[in-house]
Design a protein around this ligand. Sequence first.
Ligand code: URP
Ligand code: ZN
Ligand code: ZN
Length: 467
Amino acid sequence: MSSRTVIRGGLVVTASDEIHADVLIEDGRVAALAASGTPAAESFTAPRVLDATGKYVIPGGVDVHTHMEMPFGGTYASDTFETGTRAAAWGGTTTIVDFAVQSVGRPLREGLDAWHAKAEGNCAIDYGFHMIVSDVNEETLQEMDLLVEEGVTSFKQFMAYPGVFYSDDGQILRAMQRASANGGLIMMHAENGIAIDVLVEQALARGETDPRHHGEVRKVLLEAEATHRAIQLARVAGAPLYVVHVSAEEAVAELAAARDKGLHVFGETCPQYLFLSADDLAEPGFDGAKYVCSTPLRPREHQAALWRGLRTNDLQVVSTDHCPFCFTGQKELGRGDFSKIPNGLPGVENRMDLLHQAVVDGHIGRRRWIEIACATPARMFGLYPKKGTIAPGTDADIVIYDPHAEQVISAETHHMNVDYSAYEGKRVTGRVETVLSRGEPVVEDHRFVGRAGHGVYTPRSTCQYLS
Ligand code: URP
Ligand code: ZN
Ligand code: ZN
């Protein structure tokens, strides 16, 4: 039996168009759009009619950087796939791409299977996986080919965290060469971790143990240097490169220079770098631990370069790097030693709203909002046009968004499984009203009506942003 829904009277905003249109959904997909009020639109009939008058009708958000249940620093990110995808849906995100982790010395397959087991049957929205490659050897290089074939088409490597996820330049080059041959995309955590570890040791020896020192030792120059090096290695390998969580003006400059040369080099930033700063890390006492992530929050002056990069397309994607740790019991592991604070911030629920606030504040336009939060992440990671836009044939992952509603972000009201909000008290204009995932309501008039297990694993094609 076919299931139909009509969304009437909203302003449909995609990365390319804005049009007052009615949307007909059938069997989980967009069947047709027609300008509101026209005979074509009036011919759309369905048992479920959603009134979007005065609202935006936008593609569901695509967050291509999350870490549900990720092991880090002797603990685990506090959102499970169940709680994290539910919170994502509350915030208007309908697809996540999470990072499966290879344990050193173990096959990629084992890590990927473990992530499938964590996610399967638990997600409220659709999901895919990248693979963190912690150990480059002949076996893992061969496994990369198999993973690309089965829809895990991107691989994260770390120039940071020696002894944990770290890869040296030779390992990076080998993985890039493999990706160049098999169509995979290397995602780089670009910080010089070897140098950072020296500075960490020296800071601790001087008695500098507070959270703010996390930002001070992870220097801008060490992000810029690693970004530069990653770009050169990618050039040597003839591979495209996607640099994750770019936070510093000097790193954006490296990406811009590479792109000016016509290289396939891409960059992602995250809301925390756009809205928070080193001032938050320097909150009195131990409160700055709430803001410990890597790359670290930078002095506020860097934000202008990030916004500019998003406008000039030197940065293409905003994802969250959602990696929550509770303040009590988890961030507290680093009391007296900032290097033991688990790295990561919550945010999967806040991204669409914060980026809408950026529209309100005039940093970006409305279509650019959709481009950096929905369409380009989907294209970059092989999910387009199934995800990331609204057009006949696409999955009906659709958000009815009220651009005038006011809200105050708070841990009291958020749905992420974490005991603080990095944006506590921030007032934003705009709010998710209704969320459909493949045509099924997940959030309806500010109520969660979805279910764990509705979300399915979504294999991805190779990067569609190169062509
Ligand atoms: O601090 C962060 N970003 N934690 C998550 C792991 C990573 O490097 O992305
Ligand atoms: Zn990282
Ligand atoms: Zn991350």
